[in-house]
Design a protein around this ligand. Structure first.
Ligand SMILES: O=C(O)CCC(=O)C(=O)O
Length: 327
């Protein structure tokens, strides 16, 4: 191989960089042309040395430096910028707008219904979900008397139900009045053809007068204190038809009734309620709440546990069973 050619290549190209980094490891070697294209360290100032033509003068400087530093370890040459033109801007990254793969989800603010009225809480292709709220449907002295009668006359029982495959005692007492049995969450409330207690018959007639609906079934709940509750559910069993109408009457201590909108299910049929609309309705003694339209198919409801003192409360949900489906 021609030695001169090889030497030039070492000065101008990648070999120079490779050997320079070697020098940094093993120390400066005087007269080595591989030190060109470096920052040289002289007495006056730092100067960029360009190309092989200056290799001799560099060697001299480096040599004199090496002499004057006698006894000291040799000064390494660096930092190294070889084979890199710092005046040439590197290509800019391209910022290209791309639609995000996932939609941005925002949870709507929680809402409260505090005043009497009719509230269309959602309108979907399936239809309207409607709440009618009458906080003072029954006056306080009357509702207190009704509470005492219902507490005494209803055959309250604590039943087991099943949630997520786990059977547990229900955190409340219940009763069911209807000619047909009612099965939900793994529990069956048997048909109860006995005469309804007078207070329940009277309330049923009162509701028929104001709503025009002949309710023929009712579920009763007794929440003994604030630790009793009913979890998220919909009363969407077939026996109530496709758009159930449910009239809920409350007696005793106030509890908060909550509704949350059902999101569309994913491909496995699961629903993520993280971003669901939530509506709270405080129900005090004597309040009437009516759920109708698509409220059972498009929403869930519950009465959550509370962590401060609550007295007992009775809730009666009057319903209409659809005979053909239920038998
Ligand atoms: O206690 C309430 O207000 C609600 C009762 C209820 O959701 C039910 O019986 O299905």
């Amino acid at each position: 191989m021609n030695f001169d050619k090889k030497r030039r290549a070492r000065v101008q190209g990648g070999w120079a960089a490779a050997s320079c980094s070697n020098q940094n490891r093993r120390g400066f070697k005087s007269g080595d042309p591989a030190v060109s294209n470096t920052w040289q360290n002289d007495d006056t100032n730092r100067t960029a040395v360009q190309g092989p033509s200056s290799s001799n003068s560099l060697s001299r400087v480096a040599l004199s430096q090496a002499k004057s530093d006698k006894g000291k370890p040799p000064m390494p040459v660096g930092p190294v910028w070889m084979a890199k033109n710092i005046d040439t801007p590197s290509p800019r990254p391209a910022y290209v707008f791309q639609d995000p793969d996932e939609e941005i989800k925002i949870k709507p603010d929680d809402q409260s219904i505090l005043k009497p009225g009719v509230f269309d809480i959602s309108t979907e292709p399936s239809g309207v979900s409607r709440i009618r709220f009458f906080p003072n449907f029954i006056e306080p002295s009357m509702s207190e008397a009704i509470y005492s009668e219902l507490y005494k006359d209803i055959p309250w029982r604590q039943r087991h139900d099943i949630h997520n495959g786990i059977q547990a005692m229900q955190p409340r007492l219940t009763a069911w009045f209807s000619d047909v049995p009612y099965t939900y969450a793994g529990v069956t409330e048997p048909a109860n053809s006995s005469e309804w207690p007078p207070a329940l018959r009277q309330l049923k007639n009162q509701l028929a007068e104001v709503t025009g609906v002949e309710f023929n079934a009712l579920a009763a709940n007794l929440y003994r204190d604030g630790h009793d509750s009913i979890g998220w559910h919909s009363d969407d069993e077939k026996i109530f038809g496709s758009t159930p109408i449910i009239a809920s009457l409350s007696f005793g201590d106030e509890r908060v009734f909550e509704l949350r909108k059902k999101p569309a299910p994913n491909e496995f049929g699961e629903r993520d309620y993280t971003y669901s609309q939530l509506i709270r309705i405080p129900l005090h003694s004597g309040a009437l709440l009516i759920m109708e339209g698509c409220t059972q198919s498009d929403w869930q409801h519950r009465v959550p546990k509370e962590y401060h003192d609550r007295g007992s409360r009775i809730n009666i949900t009057f319903r209409v069973t659809v005979p053909e489906v239920s038998r």
